[in-house]
Design a protein around this ligand. Structure first.
Ligand code: F6R
Length: 263
């Protein structure tokens, strides 16, 4: 795992955007994994800025969302399909139909989960997946206690996640759906690279468990310890409970020095 402690949200956004920009320069038809929630929004803002400056294009790329609520009416502004359209996809040049998400209105959600998994596999797999992390350590909507080997599945949201997400639903937990469709931990683990972004003190416990805890269903993000190309971009507050902070800083500087020696 590559742990990078940065001093601001802007720096995190630029570092994550660099990964997307570099990937698309090498592979314009890359398969991108997109997350919703607040954490990646500054990354999308930076990518929009670069698109407007003609520094990056998404026209040949495809994308897969991580997750979707079950049962919100089609077009609901807080459905993840609408959210990602509003904050990112409508502001850059993805082709029509290039951005996929699980079907939260399917009459058979479990079948929809299987179909979504198959679609990701058929695309050749995600090249670069961006992730946020829940205060309870979830990634996508893989809540504590689930299988570390899960593929796309239906999930009952925890009370904690519904409380956290009530801010998108007029502060009313009763409006937050109880169920969702989510890529599984194995699905995410198959992405060739992942970049997780976390800001703020409220993420500090989850980040410490992700990076330095035992790999455990109690902290689903900890499964990323098994990923061989995972970058964790955190601000000082989110990093505040990491025991090996000084080493991560030294290792990051050292890696940059080593990269400068490459051809
Ligand atoms: C959203 C998602 C979730 C969020 C997580 C953190 O697609 O997969 O795992 O990343 O709930 O949300 P924020 O960033 O709003 O704190």
């Amino acid at each position: 795992m590559n742990i990078v402690i940065l001093s601001s949200t802007e720096e995190i956004a630029k570092a994550a955007a660099d990964l997307y920009t570099n990937l698309l320069a090498d592979k314009p038809n890359a398969v991108l994994g997109l997350a919703t929630g607040s954490s990646p929004v500054p990354v999308y803002d930076e990518l929009i800025r670069r698109y407007e400056a003609e520094e990056v294009s998404f026209k040949d790329a495809t994308a897969f969302l991580l997750d979707e609520y079950v049962g919100l009416p089609k077009g609901h502004p807080e459905s993840y399909a609408e959210f990602i359209k509003r904050v990112f996809v409508s502001k850059v040049d993805f082709s029509d139909g290039a951005v996929n998400g699980p079907d939260g209105n399917a009459s058979n959600p479990k079948k929809a989960a299987d179909e979504y998994e198959e679609k990701i596999v058929a695309s050749g797999g995600v090249d670069l997946q961006i992730l946020g992390i829940g205060t309870d350590g979830h990634i996508a909507f893989n809540e504590p206690g689930g299988s570390l080997a899960s593929t796309t599945h239906t999930q009952v949201l925890t009370e904690q996640t519904r409380v956290d997400n009530a801010r998108f639903f007029d502060g009313d937990i009763n409006q937050v759906p109880r169920f969702c469709l989510t890529q599984g931990l194995a699905t995410i683990g198959r992405a060739k690279s992942v970049v997780l972004v976390a800001q703020g003190e409220q993420k500090a416990d989850a980040v410490a468990a992700l990076v330095e805890g035992g790999v455990s269903a109690l902290w689903p993000a900890s499964v990323l310890q098994f990923h061989n190309d995972a970058t964790i971009l955190v601000d000082e507050a989110a990093a505040s409970k990491l025991k090996l902070k000084d080493y991560y800083r030294a290792a990051y500087e050292g890696e940059q020095a080593l990269s400068a020696l490459e051809d």
